[in-house]
Write a protein that binds this ligand. Structure first.
Ligand SMILES: [Zn+2]
Length: 231
């Protein structure tokens, strides 16, 4: 059960998500980090009023954590965003021609300024597919498995997923990460075609497909949340 609202906390408006969890043992607060929200987790029998009192008693901690989150970066002229882990600057060119192209470390965007954000978003998704698809087929071939579908999604909490029959999904934001991080996620999902669970056998397949897997996983844990700031 999830309920979202806005509350006033320590003099600022905060997006609050209240979630009742059958598994929770005690009241808990989480800062997911992909937006400016705070999550209050209630164990099955806890009163919501107790949860809100708990949240107020920790207002200072919540505000401090929210303020530490890096600001959001909109897809606008002059914005800096990583592409394959390298810093690039978005430039609005106007005029006609290719809607989006990369020159050096600039991403040049044609067309009307009010279309810029959507164009950049569409282009990044397409670019993610271009980079993810060959790596996916190459790794699947290495373990003699088949990928039947690749879907590019915008997910808050996952980098990829693997469904039955070799249908894989990937988060478009991986295009912002270094290529070796993207490769790790591809290896991870491709390995799931052979090994559904996170067993030692699964991790052996991941390591075979991507010798840098440990580093990729660590990078995502430490810096992955930062990729949610863009767009
Ligand atoms: Zn997995």
């Amino acid at each position: 059960m999830v309920d979202s609202r806005t509350i006033e906390l320590g003099g600022r408006e905060v997006a609050l998500v209240v979630r009742r969890s059958a598994r929770a043992r005690r009241l808990a607060l989480r800062i997911p980090g992909h937006d400016d929200s705070v999550e209050l987790v209630l164990p099955p029998r806890a009163a919501e009023s107790d949860g809100l009192a708990f949240l107020r008693s920790r207002a200072g901690w919540v505000i401090e954590r929210l303020e530490r989150l890096a600001p959001r970066v909109a897809f606008a002229d002059g914005a800096a965003l990583p592409l394959g882990g390298e810093s690039h600057v978005l430039r609005h060119l106007g005029g006609r021609g290719a809607p989006v192209r990369v020159e050096g470390n600039e991403i040049l965007v044609a067309g009307r300024p009010d279309h810029m954000a959507r164009r950049v978003g569409d282009w990044l998704r397409a670019e993610a597919r271009l980079r993810i698809t060959p790596a996916t087929h190459r790794m699947a071939a290495e373990i003699d498995r088949e990928v039947t579908r690749i879907t590019i999604r915008d997910q808050k909490s996952r980098w990829g997923s693997c469904a039955r029959g070799g249908r894989l999904s990937f988060n478009w934001r991986l295009v912002l990460a270094p290529a070796w991080v993207l490769d790790y996620v591809v290896a991870h999902e491709v390995a799931h075609i052979a090994e559904p669970n996170h067993s030692p056998a699964f991790w052996a397949v991941v390591a075979r497909l991507n010798p840098d897997a440990k580093a990729g996983r660590a990078w995502l844990r430490q810096q992955g949340m930062d990729l949610h700031r863009y767009g």
